[in-house]
Ligand binder design. Structure first.
Ligand SMILES: [Zn+2]
Length: 112
């Protein structure tokens, strides 16, 4: 049977979105970087969450996985299964991982 989990090209398994770490390196940057669970990963980042700023608001726009990460998984899992797992991971990251403290401006999740 085909594997049912995503994997970083370095070999780190990503079964659950909680295994990924999010980093927002600069206050003015509009990206939250998504880091591989493995500290020694040669890729380090597997993608990022794009933010949209407007006035005093910061909203999540979309998740972008780097081609190195997505094509690796499409090759492993097949296009259909791979795409559906990537889409699911993106959805979970958008829903659950971004705390408003991360964004520097506390907001209620229902504002999204
Ligand atoms: Zn990795």
């Amino acid at each position: 049977m085909n594997p049912q989990w995503l994997e970083c090209p370095c070999g780190a398994k990503i079964v659950h979105q909680g295994e990924l770490r999010l980093v927002w390196p600069q206050k003015d940057e509009n990206q939250l970087y998504i880091l591989c669970p493995d500290d020694s990963c040669y890729l380090k980042e597997v993608g990022y969450i794009l933010l949209r700023r407007g006035g005093n608001e910061v909203r999540l726009n979309r998740v972008i996985f780097y081609p190195a990460f997505s094509s690796w998984n499409l090759a492993r899992l097949g296009r259909e299964r791979g795409n559906s797992l990537l889409k699911q991971l993106a959805k979970e990251l958008m829903k659950r991982r971004v705390s408003w403290e991360d964004l520097g401006r506390p907001r209620h999740p229902s504002d999204l």
